[in-house]
Ligand binder design. Structure first.
Ligand SMILES: [Zn+2]
Length: 65
């Protein structure tokens, strides 16, 4: 195991971002029998980026990308 923490490279070189999308539609299908959860159907998918090294997340501005 390397002694240098992964975050060291992030501070040095910057984070390596990878795009992710959390689609709430795929989340609540497991509980489709519960009527209350239908309220969440209008929820927008969440776009975010995650660093492949340190794993921190940040919002992904789809307009700016
Ligand atoms: Zn990072």
């Amino acid at each position: 195991m390397p002694l240098i923490p992964k975050t060291f490279f992030c501070k040095l070189l910057g984070c390596t971002w990878q795009h992710h999308v959390d689609d709430p539609k795929t989340v609540w299908t497991a509980s489709k029998n519960m009527c209350e959860l239908e309220q969440e159907s209008g929820e927008e998918p969440r776009f975010f980026q995650r660093c492949v090294r340190c794993g921190i997340e940040r919002e992904w501005d789809t307009k700016g990308a």
